[in-house]
Design a protein around this ligand. Sequence first.
Ligand SMILES: [Zn+2]
Length: 119
Amino acid sequence: MVQMRKNNETTIRSSRSTAPKKDKKGRILDKFKNAKKADGTPMSRQQKHMLRKRAKSMCWICTEPALADCTLCLTHLVANRERARKKIGCKSRHLRSTSYTLENLRRQLRGIRGSQFSK
Ligand SMILES: [Zn+2]
């Protein structure tokens, strides 16, 4: 029994090892290591961090899983929408768009009834 447990633990540990490979200085060795911007200058480590999150299909602002065919989570998608609306000065809302649909679905799942925008 003990040997089986040890074997199971080792298999779990080996499957869990998704940590990126690093060089001696601790820099991550992946396809973004020598990434360059469009003008040929090297990317900053923050930009590489964002690209790595996108490649893992995580929201590039926080670390929640991103929506399908999107680089943001629902929280940040809604925040971006509202920021853009405020900047442009929109008065109408496209209530059948993806962000509104998913936002309403999330409210229903949480048990919150009504929308703060339905006046
Ligand atoms: Zn997010």
